[in-house]
Write a protein that binds this ligand. Structure first.
Ligand SMILES: CC(C)(COP(=O)(O)OP(=O)(O)OC[C@H]1O[C@@H](n2cnc3c(N)ncnc32)[C@H](O)[C@@H]1OP(=O)(O)O)[C@@H](O)C(=O)NCCC(=O)NCCS
Length: 198
């Protein structure tokens, strides 16, 4: 496919939607796998949406199991539309303990934004770093994207550390770029591009 400037698409349309979302193994008996519409995953997403840090930094709340299920259905719809690819982080055979994935996927332009969160009981064990590294490798090397961006409020140093440890180079600060409940936050922009060391 060629865009209006005559430049070929970086990733052809269909490469995300036409294949099953892969299961990507992580260290420590964990894996990245598609979100399930079962009670356990719906409850994990509901719990995340009630967690003060996740709702603050990832800017979402989830009122209950039904709303969580509707969100999971939207995640799958976004992958079919090739605008997102979001995984649950979970022990093999178990319920989700976190989320990691790609938002704002632009296959033709070769870009996406990386997002993540980990439930409080899972934090501090390297889960976010391992999940971000793994999905970034998949997105660049297997899906074929060129550039992944990772943005966080400058008031969230834990996310900054995840970005650094997952191989995302700090590129600068966007001033007053994120609207949170307490007002506008500056945001750090990190990125990993094809060919960067993992
Ligand atoms: C940020 C978050 C995803 C990190 O998940 P995690 O699995 O605990 O992260 P990891 O264990 O892989 O690594 C976290 C790193 O940040 C560091 N860190 C944690 N809190 C920190 C803080 N307040 N200041 C600086 N570094 C911090 C940890 O020490 C660790 O680095 P180290 O391995 O060098 O010691 C998790 O805390 C979370 O979900 N927070 C709430 C939501 C959120 O911030 N989402 C991201 C939005 S951009």
């Amino acid at each position: 496919m060629i865009n209006s400037s005559g430049i070929p698409a970086v990733v052809p349309a269909g490469r995300l939607a036409d294949r099953d979302q892969p299961v990507l193994p992580l260290p420590g008996g964990l894996e990245l796998r598609p979100w399930r519409l079962d009670d356990a995953d719906a409850d994990a997403l509901h719990t995340a949406g009630q967690d003060p840090a996740i709702s603050r930094w990832n800017l979402f709340t989830v009122a209950g199991r039904d709303e969580a299920r509707a969100r999971i259905e939207r995640l799958h719809a976004r992958r079919r539309a090739e605008t997102g690819a979001i995984w649950a982080v979970a022990p093999t055979g178990g319920a989700a303990v976190g989320l990691a994935g790609l938002n704002d996927v632009d296959l033709a332009g070769g870009t996406a934004e990386v997002v993540y969160w980990v439930l409080p009981e899972g934090r501090g064990r390297g889960i976010a770093v391992a999940a971000t590294r793994r999905l970034s490798g998949w997105a660049l090397d297997e899906l074929g994207l060129h550039r992944l961006v990772l943005c966080h409020s400058t008031a969230n140093p834990a996310s900054c550390r995840v970005a650094e440890k997952a191989g995302y180079t700090a590129e600068g600060t966007h001033r007053s770029a994120l609207l949170h409940a307490d007002g506008w936050h500056d945001q750090h922009v990190h990125a990993r591009v094809a060919g960067d060391p993992a």
